[in-house]
Design a protein around this ligand. Structure first.
Ligand code: CMC
Length: 421
């Protein structure tokens, strides 16, 4: 049997055979046979817009690998900065490469004081930190005009290091601003997750987070580092395809991440659990979801039709954190919700399983993060994924993203002056 498909234009009887390569068929061939006939695919559910060597995801089997390494092994044995190196460079670093990478990231964590003050002070005291982060990272592009030279791979790498380094600083600054607390400068003696926790929570005096808390933070960063062509990565690629600078690219990705169907879901999960309020209300809540009154947040995924492997790891990590912080009171509601949903025909038939956001919020809350920070916590590590895709895109011979439409509006009509309408 040939590894190809044949498309026939029934209007003319003309056929074209297109080889199946790497699980896809080349749309340029389709265009040759059917000029002006567009492939209608809202939500890009059937469209591969990239050839990528970064993250492999098999949603049916529940498999996630970064550059070929199973997420379970990376979660257990690696660190976030090593994973970021792997995503950006394609290989795990040796000891020297790792030391240099960590040193470079560590020494780019500062942001200009005037910039931080002026940008963030412009916001209202209760502004959502995702608004501050998105604006802050977009504003950084004005500080690094050389970042516009996106054709130079070395320059791209410098900006990638800067962005991975500065996102925790911008994020923590957004939090401190919202609390009315003084900004805490990065401490170059601390590792990446500890430094972030330090900028978030240090208030005078000696301060040292429990090692289990630092490990949980790093683990959550690893699990959120990349997820192939999701909504925010696609936003990054689309904006990157116009050759915008990487700060603007990351700002666009942050904007896409903010929505409750994507990175905002972890925040929505906690609000949902609060709303359910008690173990006894779970059955009624699930019924209301089945009746179309809202969605079960933290459930379902465009690609996973099986348990999200990240959710499995996070669920286990939650117990490790709760040993230090005490159990999050919402855990029992979440566990019952999962049990009820996984046994219910509505969720079974639609293959709706817990996704990465279902348990992550419970950990974040127990670590002391307010729910407004949850999406910010997603954006910090995902920056390494966004920029790996951006770098990959620019290293390839990419075209500007510019889909077609099926026009369904009115035909030509004459303008009528306002007093005659
Ligand atoms: N609760 C109840 N029903 C659902 C849910 C849900 N969470 N998700 C999907 N469905 C139903 C949906 O109503 C539809 O049913 P029907 O066929 O009867 O109309 C069917 O399942 C297919 O849904 P869809 O909207 O076509 O699926 P999609 O692939 O377009 O959407 C999703 C994927 C993640 C946006 C969606 O599952 C969802 O809204 N989930 C809740 C939000 C969430 O947890 N998002 C985090 C995703 S993982 C991390 C990330 O990407 O940031």
């Amino acid at each position: 049997m040939a590894d190809s498909i044949t498309i026939t234009d029934n209007r003319t009887g003309e056929s074209i055979e297109i080889p199946i390569v790497d699980g896809g068929v080349d749309a340029a061939e389709w265009r040759k046979l059917l000029p002006g006939i567009w492939f209608y695919d809202p939500g890009f559910a059937t469209t591969a817009a990239a050839r990528s060597a970064i993250t492999e995801l098999d949603g049916e089997a529940g498999i996630l690998r970064y550059r070929g390494y199973p997420i379970e092994q990376l979660a257990e044995q690696s660190t976030f900065l090593e994973v970021a190196y792997l995503l950006v460079h394609g290989e795990l670093p040796d000891a020297d490469q790792y030391a240099t990478w960590v040193d470079e990231v560590t020494h780019h964590t500062y942001i200009h004081e005037n910039f931080r003050k002026r940008i963030y002070d412009a916001f209202h005291y209760d502004a959502h930190p995702m608004g501050l982060l998105t604006s802050g990272v977009a504003g950084l592009s004005t500080f690094y005009p050389e970042a516009k030279d996106i054709a130079d791979p070395a320059n791209r790498l410098t900006q990638i290091i800067r962005l991975i380094a500065k996102m925790p600083t911008l994020a923590a600054a957004a939090y401190r601003f919202s609390k009315g607390q003084p900004f805490v400068f990065p401490d170059n003696d601390l590792d990446y997750p500890t430094n972030f926790l330090h900028m978030m929570f240090q208030i005078g005096g000696a301060w040292e987070p429990h090692p289990a808390i630092v490990r949980a933070m790093d683990l959550l960063f690893i699990l959120h580092a990349d997820h192939e062509q999701n909504c925010s990565t696609t936003a990054a690629r689309v904006v990157g395809s116009s050759h915008a600078d990487p700060y603007t690219v990351v700002a666009a990705a942050c904007a896409a991440l903010y929505g409750p169907r994507h990175g905002g879901a972890n925040e929505a999960v906690l609000k949902m659990l609060d709303e359910i309020g008690s173990y006894d209300n779970v059955d009624a809540f699930v019924e209301s979801v089945k009746n179309g009154q809202g969605r079960l947040m933290g459930f379902g995924h465009r690609v996973y039709k099986n348990y999200d492997p990240r959710a499995k790891i996070i669920k286990q990590a939650a117990y490790d954190v709760f040993e230090v912080t005490g159990k999050n009171p919402l855990l029992d509601i979440a566990l019952k919700l999962e049990e009820v949903a996984l046994a219910d025909e509505y969720f079974i038939s639609r293959k709706l399983y817990p996704n990465v956001d279902f348990y992550s919020g419970l950990i974040y809350q127990s670590l002391g993060f307010p729910i407004e920070m949850f999406t910010v916590l997603f954006a910090i590590p995902r920056t390494s994924g966004w920029l790996s895709h951006w770098n990959e895109l620019l290293a390839q011979d990419s075209r500007i993203a510019r889909p077609r439409q099926l026009y369904v509006g009115p035909g030509v009509r004459d303008y009528v002056p306002i007093d005659e309408r």
